[in-house]
Design a protein around this ligand. Structure first.
Ligand SMILES: NC(=O)c1ccc[n+]([C@@H]2O[C@H](COP(=O)([O-])OP(=O)(O)OC[C@H]3O[C@@H](n4cnc5c(N)ncnc54)[C@H](O)[C@@H]3O)[C@@H](O)[C@H]2O)c1
Length: 338
């Protein structure tokens, strides 16, 4: 949909590699930065990322590197796809190398621990005002493997500056990968971050053997609490009904591909959070986000009952049956009461 250009991608996990596949197949020259030297070597020698996206063969227009200097050099667009809690450190290293006219697209999902910052706030803090206009957020229902397989996918791209939104949209969109724009950066961020926490709750309910009623109830009440937090931070209500809200929530809460849902299932089996994380190579962003979202909600005076219970199970040793009971035993209220 646009002329070929240079795209840098920070992070070669499943999502970074799938985005490299998408952009490379669309004709762009892609520089993909990977943390693991074996991933760099494998992509450049065999066109595959065996650790994170083993079934996809990358086009020759994708080159992997371990060099941040090379990643930042002459890119028309830089996509940032490292785990949310690591982003600030990498931005610090990249800052002196970045051009202030290059759009920076946040593709990770989460809320930073301790600072409780959304990822665009992390960008602002790490990079300063010079890059503020260029920041964009890509979110929506988009499992990496399905994007890499070229399956029709619809996503949201949020940016404060409409010209940046349009530039990123036209660069990344393909016939299979349809990109909608919005200026609701905070709404898109909160939707993407909190749906992973709700997915843990869904997995836990599934793990206890509950059925479709329970799942649909948690998805709907999950959307209600995500919306409450997002609106308290200035988001637009319609964002919650869009791809980055209900769209991503449905994806994460109903598919076996969701790692956060898998985490919930394992918690229901009685495994502890540290034990589960030790066994997972992949990042389950809902785990750190449950803690930051819970603290953010307290700081803002917003009630997030499902998130609170996920936090208690992950960090305070609450059992999954006790967490489910705590949710069901809450005082009765009007459905739309804040
Ligand atoms: N996988 C998806 O389908 C998908 C879709 C949309 C958004 N996301 C988001 O993208 C982000 C990345 O997820 P993913 O699925 O690509 O990750 P992943 O779980 O597939 O891979 C983990 C990533 O973390 C990296 N990593 C681990 N330790 C590191 C370190 N010290 N420094 C730098 N990198 C390190 C690994 O190299 C790898 O890139 C997450 O925020 C996730 O929520 C993922």
């Amino acid at each position: 949909m646009t002329t070929a250009t240079n795209i840098g991608i920070l992070g070669a996990g499943s999502w970074g590699t799938a985005l490299a596949h998408l952009a490379g197949t669309a004709g762009h020259q892609v520089t993909l930065w990977a943390y693991e030297p074996e991933v760099v070597a494998s992509i450049n020698a065999t066109r595959r990322n065996p650790l994170y996206l083993p079934d996809s063969v990358l086009p020759t227009s994708v080159r992997a590197t371990a060099d941040l200097e090379e990643l930042a050099r002459d890119q028309a667009l830089l996509l940032c796809v490292v785990p949310a809690q690591l982003l600030r450190g990498y931005l610090g290293a990249l800052a002196p190398r970045l051009d202030t006219t290059t759009p920076l697209v946040i593709c990770s999902k989460g809320i930073e621990r301790k600072t409780l910052a959304t990822l665009d706030q992390v960008f602002d803090a790490a990079l300063g005002d010079a890059h503020r206009r260029q920041i964009a957020v890509l979110s929506g229902p988009s499992f990496a493997a399905e994007v890499a397989a070229g399956m029709p996918t619809n996503v949201t791209l949020a940016a404060r500056d409409p010209s940046v939104a349009r530039r990123v949209q036209t660069t990344l969109a393909t016939r299979a990968f349809r990109v909608y724009t919005t200026d609701d950066v905070v709404g898109v961020e909160i939707g993407g971050a909190l749906k992973n926490v709700i997915a843990i709750a869904i997995g836990a309910a599934d793990g206890l053997g509950f059925g479709h009623n329970t799942r649909a109830g948690i998805i709907t009440r999950g959307l209600a609490e995500i919306t409450r937090l997002a609106l308290s931070m200035g988001a637009k209500p319609e964002t919650m009904l869009g791809l980055a809200g209900v769209g991503d929530l449905i994806l994460t809460c109903t598919s076996d591909l969701s790692r956060n849902r898998q985490v919930g299932k394992l918690l229901a089996e009685g495994r502890s959070a540290p034990e589960i994380q030790r066994q997972m190579r992949m990042v389950a962003e809902g785990v750190p986000t449950a803690e930051s979202a819970h603290q953010l909600a307290i700081a803002r005076g917003v009630e997030l009952p499902i998130t609170e219970q996920v936090f208690r199970v992950l960090y305070e040793g609450q059992s999954v049956p006790a967490a489910m009971a705590a949710l069901q035993d809450r005082a009765l209220k009007d459905e739309w009461q804040a």
